[in-house]
Design a protein around this ligand. Structure first.
Ligand code: BGP
Length: 467
């Protein structure tokens, strides 16, 4: 069967500033919460890796844009480093930072690669983090000012904007599992941050319109579909609660204008619900999304049998090491005994992507959807030919594109696919061990080597489909 995609479908890759740029102390860039975290808690990151050098994209961007062009990409999802634009979070804009991205966006456009730009991919300026981060309303004001600066500086170059990357995942890991900065385990703060991030999105979406922006504002969400672990009524309820707090909270205010009752009731019962004044809630009226980005890696299976509170990510790359997400008395996520798993114990389940696309479409039929991240992390080394024979990555992307194709055939407006990632990069607490790229990065020389998947993806982009 031939899997042909609609004309103009975007074939791209995704990266984030902190994970690829490096040059963290150059060009006037300020410190971010992740720079500080890696400095202060080196043992929490694999082999004490830091983002200081990353892929050195800050110096090699011309080469990287040429790779995208030569390999047939038509889109590139990237993020702007907030601390490169506003080094201390609140002060004046850094003209060197602005000039860097203007050059990059210009080169992308010349190369026929449409930028899709995320304003916040977790690199909160450290002074804002130190002052309470996303718990503090002042951070929302600072985010709005930073967004205004970006819209003014790049409005003529960028048509596709995303406000936030994965507010759910960053809130959970920052404030519940305590695996990411600010390393907190505080449910009250988590709910406050989850609320503030939605407000931040809504404020910036409205700002863009008020400034006369003619492009589209969206968000990149990691929605993990949550299935009940068994067919028991208890597990069905656990899945419903998990889905409300994990997924629905982060999308429904933006599409439906309301927060899910299940989550609101739960937080109220536990005294965790922040004040939600009507002037805030009015910001969500009418919805605030022109498009939605789906970042999809794996599904969850919820069990009601949560007898302890325990969190852990697999950072070993050993399949047998489970990830843990268990909140005593509420729900826990368990392994699918029949599932296929990556070395990082993430289940490979393409149907999950379909379910998410269908869900977005059901919320608002005709809503433009992009797959803003999807890919597989693996341990890899260069072979004698200077390449990597990553057949598993090709298989992974292929299977996920097949379900995206089905979704399009059924009438869902899926407009593009950004594979995670263009190149191997700083994989947060996994450091540089977990590789996701179409291009292998030699950590000694930082040279880029196309993997087999890079050639495969080029052919598919050029043919606008595959057999
Ligand atoms: C998403 C992030 C990306 C990326 C990806 C893979 O949650 O938006 O930045 O890193 O996951 O995750 P990891 O690198 O932790 O394996």
């Amino acid at each position: 069967m031939r899997y042909g995609f609609p004309d103009g479908f975007t074939w791209g890759t995704a990266t984030a500033a902190l994970q690829v740029e490096g040059a963290t102390r150059e060009g006037g860039r300020g410190d971010s919460q992740w720079d500080a975290f890696c400095r202060e808690h080196p043992d929490r990151v694999w082999e004490r890796a830091t983002p200081e050098v990353a892929c050195d994209h800050y110096h090699r961007w011309e080469q990287d844009v040429a790779l995208m062009r030569d390999f047939g990409h038509t889109g590139y999802r990237l993020s702007i480093a907030w601390p490169r634009i506003v080094p201390n979070g609140t002060g004046p804009a850094n003209q060197d930072g602005i000039a860097f991205y203007r050059r990059l966006f210009d080169a992308l456009r010349h190369a026929g690669v449409e930028p899709n730009v995320t304003l916040y991919h977790w690199d909160l300026p450290q002074p804002l983090a130190a002052a309470g981060g996303w718990e503090n309303p002042a951070t929302l004001d600072a985010f709005e000012r930073y967004a205004r600066t970006c819209f003014e500086a790049f409005g003529d170059q960028v048509r596709l904007w995303a406000t936030l990357n994965e507010p759910s995942w960053s809130t959970l890991n920052g404030y519940v599992t305590a695996l990411h900065p600010p390393l907190r385990h505080d449910y009250r703060a988590a709910v406050r941050v989850a609320y503030n991030m939605m407000l931040a999105h809504a404020r910036v979406g409205r700002l863009y319109r008020a400034m006369g922006g003619t492009g589209q504002v969206g968000i990149a969400q990691n929605m993990c579909p949550v299935y009940p672990a068994t067919d028991s009524a208890r597990d069905a309820e656990a899945a419903r609660v998990a889905d409300a707090v994990y997924n629905r909270w982060f999308i429904e205010p933006l599409l439906l204008g309301t927060f899910p009752t299940e989550a609101v009731d739960l937080y109220r019962r536990h005294g965790l619900l922040p004040d939600m004044p009507s002037r805030d809630l009015a910001l969500f009226e009418g919805g605030s999304l022109d498009w939605v980005g789906v970042n999809y890696y794996f599904p969850h299976y919820a069990s009601a049998d949560a007898t302890e509170t325990r969190f852990g990510l697999n950072t070993s790359g050993n399949k047998e090491e489970d990830c843990h997400f268990s909140i005593k008395g509420l729900f826990k996520f368990v392994r699918n005994p029949k599932g296929r798993y990556t070395d990082w114990a993430w289940e490979i389940y393409p149907q999950g992507l379909y379910d998410l696309l269908a869900r977005m479409h059901a919320y608002r039929p005709g809503l433009p959807i992009y797959v803003t991240e999807n890919g597989i992390g693996a341990r890899e080394v260069l072979d004698a030919d200077g390449s990597v024979d990553d057949a598993y990555r090709i298989a992974f992307v292929r299977e996920h594109l097949q379900v995206a194709h089905r979704a399009i055939a059924e009438g869902m407006d899926v407009r593009g696919y950004y594979m995670w990632s263009l190149m191997d990069n700083f994989s947060w607490v996994n450091g540089y061990k977990k590789r996701y790229g179409l291009f292998f990065i030699d950590r000694q020389t930082l040279a880029r080597h196309p993997k087999r998947s890079a050639h495969w993806y080029r052919d598919l982009a050029r043919a606008n489909g595959f057999d």
